[in-house]
Design a protein around this ligand. Sequence first.
Ligand code: HEM
Length: 415
Amino acid sequence: MSEVSLEGYSPMDPATQQNPFPYYAALRQKADVYPGEGGLFFVSSHAAVLEVLQQPNTFSSQWANSASAPPVEGAEEEMKEIFAKGYPPVSTMLTLDPPLQTRYRKAVGRAFSTRRIESLEPSIRKIAVDLFDGWPDSGRVDFMRQAAIPFPVRVIADMLSMPLEREADVKRWSDDSVASIGVTIGVERALEAARSIVEMQQYVASLLEERQREPRDDFLSELVAAEFEDMEGNTRKLEIPEMISIVQQLMVAGNEATTKGITEIMKLLIENPDEWKRVHEDPSTIPAMAEEGLRLASPNQGLFRVCTKDTEVAGVQIPKGQMLWVMFGSANRDERVFPDPNRFDPTRKNLSDTFAFGRGAHFCIGAPLARLEIRVLFEELAKRLNTVRFAPGTTLEYEPSFILRGLKELEIEIG
Ligand code: HEM
């Protein structure tokens, strides 16, 4: 039996966000699909999440007008003025449906093929090694600032041909792009984030224009040269706002979820010393360990869909126009699929059943890259560290968000 009551349950409640899992369990026990706060349907079971993800046109990803920041109350006019100085927002992958979404994915697909991603291993390993070279042999390390944040930032910046001097900007732009997702922010923060997004757009546009004039051997030049087939069957090149949208999604998704996944996996390894010992002694166990870590972490706890017709999921009627919250984080702990679901068990046989990277049409395009990054990072850590534990005083508090879940900080002691 679950221990919490669903009465008054709100995923937006910062206290609930620190540990939402008992509420998820209570939701699963009550119903696969539960009409929750503000008319939002909570899709919590593994079977129901799968049902929704397998029907991308009935359960549309066009829940936002675009991938750009939603307006914040009291800041609407000023945000509009700031965004007017940038490029018009265009939906490309995350907030679009097939078949158009599939065509945008195709434009990026080649760069993210498993073979191309595998070829990045040496440069990714160098990024990890360079970071760890700055660590002491033993003592206190700020794992967040000395690994979990800079590592994916450098990897994606490298892929997008953004120089190392821009590292702090890349992190700021990606934080600001998700500033209002799953969390309530004030007017000042909203305006700051809007300015930052426009700055990012202008910088990315300048890189793309450079490639249009003088192509190089890099991802941005490939994007500029990509042939895009529109819905009328005409083949054309992508326009600057479309490419900005793609680059922004790669930058944001490439950083936020990966940082959060890496930090949570480190926390799980510290809490489960036998698992740390296992990866230390046999690095070939790292990919399964990482997959299980991502199941529990679910850095992307859930995303929205909007229903395009009257339908039903798991026997529950859902009217047209209804918003759903598709709870990857809950489905990943569904006891009917993952027995003893809160246990960190990298030997589970059905790790491919997780939704950490989603499923179906919107399955994370960066999954091969994220998996490679996590494998390389923990291989290098296992080589260097004998022991690792939480540093005294590290709080293990989570960021206030019900969508992107991750620790605020993680200080460790290494030996
Ligand atoms: C541990 C790290 C990561 C996690 C947990 C993660 C998780 C996810 C999930 C759950 C989705 C599905 C969204 C949906 O169904 O609406 C998704 C989509 C996406 N991810 Fe990731 N992701 C990670 C890393 C990355 C990286 C490294 C990149 C790129 C460099 C990336 C780029 C994307 C993009 C562009 C989409 C949208 C795809 C589409 O809608 O067609 N992700 N990710």
